[in-house]
Design a protein around this ligand. Structure first.
Ligand code: NDP
Length: 328
């Protein structure tokens, strides 16, 4: 296939433009594995890249899309052969390396993870970077030593992609999960996922006190700003919050009080450059611990043609759960 469909981002006089167009195989970037993309997804970062709302794209032209699942069609990498089913997320795809909203990608074989046995490419993209990040956050909280006996877990941005998967994972592991959302009308959805309590995110919109009443042992935060600051001030002695997002802002108006007076830890989560060994562990755990029926319930399928109109919706916090994009 010399010419294929792709969402291409170009630099414009003011900002960037994005369009579903044709791309030439010959213009794909360097890499030792070429993959026929079957499924992708829409993450918050994809919304930023397509709408040009943040400088996510750092090479032009760019093919947007940070995640894919597909089948290897050509490989000179020792680990991969034609026919292998693979997952690719992050590593700068859709930012500095041509990305996933395309029928073809060419990448480094070292970036790829084998699709876990029993998991479909569609399931993998229903998880996507958002679900993978939620799993990395849960692994970090476990590594910190937190168990259901230590207390509750708070999840912010609860109805979003990271939040929905984090709730499902933590509830399955036996935690009492408190879901914080701006969409309290989604309380039923969040309880179905496993939340034991649903609270209004407005509780965390005011400036945080250095220390407040202890409410949870840990949490997964995809919001940042005053939300993360409040979470830290309400975390129990020796608890931990895994910070992975900035949906509410990039700042952190906090103090050192939770760290030095309660021994609270702030665990940073990065999915993009996550080492391959940790990726394998995370995907194995997702295959084992994520309730696939629940995943199906929170997943909505769209076509490549519909991705462009979806970008502003995810930035506006209007997407519930996860989206999969059927590419081939
Ligand atoms: P979604 O848009 O699916 O979810 C974000 C959720 O955050 C929304 O659904 C909403 O939840 C809440 N939210 C949105 N705007 C605000 C606001 N102004 N104030 C408070 N809450 C808000 O995005 P994802 O789940 O895909 O990503 C979540 C965040 O995590 C993003 O910032 C993203 O960039 C980041 N991320 C980071 C990764 C990493 O490697 N560190 C990887 C993946 C994502 P509700 O309606 O329930 O309140």
């Amino acid at each position: 296939m010399a010419i294929f469909k792709a969402i291409r981002i170009d630099k414009a006089e003011k900002g960037t433009t994005a369009a579903l167009t044709q791309f030439d195989d010959a213009d794909l970037m360097e890499g030792d594995v070429t993959v026929a993309v079957e499924w992708s997804t829409v993450n918050y970062k994809d919304g930023l890249a397509i709408s040009g709302k943040a400088p996510v794209v750092r090479r032009f032209p760019m093919i947007a899309g940070i995640d894919f699942a597909g089948t290897v069609i050509q490989s000179t990498h020792p680990s991969w052969r034609a026919g292998d089913k693979v997952i690719g997320t992050g590593w700068g795809m859709g930012e500095t390396h041509l990305g996933a909203y395309a029928e073809r990608v060419r990448v480094k074989g070292d970036w790829l993870v084998a699709l876990p046995a029993g998991m479909s490419g569609r399931d993998a993209m229903a998880i996507g970077t958002a679900g993978f990040t939620a799993m990395l956050a849960v692994l970090a909280l476990e590594k910190h030593g937190l168990t259901p006996n230590d207390g509750a877990m708070i999840v912010t941005g609860a109805a979003g992609g990271v939040g929905s998967v984090a709730i499902s994972l933590l509830a399955r592991l036996g935690f009492h999960v408190i879901a914080s959302t701006g969409r309290t009308s989604e309380a039923g959805y969040l309880r179905d996922l496993g939340a034991a309590e649903v609270i209004d995110r407005n509780e965390f919109s005011a400036a945080a006190k250095p220390l407040a009443k202890e409410r949870w042992a840990g949490g997964v935060d995809s919001v940042g700003s005053t939300t993360l600051a409040n979470l830290l001030s309400m975390t129990k002695y020796h608890g931990a919050i895994a910070a992975c997002g900035l949906a509410g802002g990039m700042d952190l108006p906090s103090s050192v009080a939770p760290f030095i007076l309660r021994g609270v830890c702030l665990l940073g989560i990065d999915s993009v450059m996550c080492p391959i060994a940790r990726r394998k562990v995370a995907w194995e755990r997702l295959a084992k611990d994520l309730d696939r029926a629940k995943l199906a319930e929170i997943t909505h399928e769209i076509s490549l043609d519909e991705v462009m109109e979806t970008a502003p919706k995810i930035l506006a916090g209007q997407i519930r759960g996860r989206l999969v994009v059927k590419i081939a």
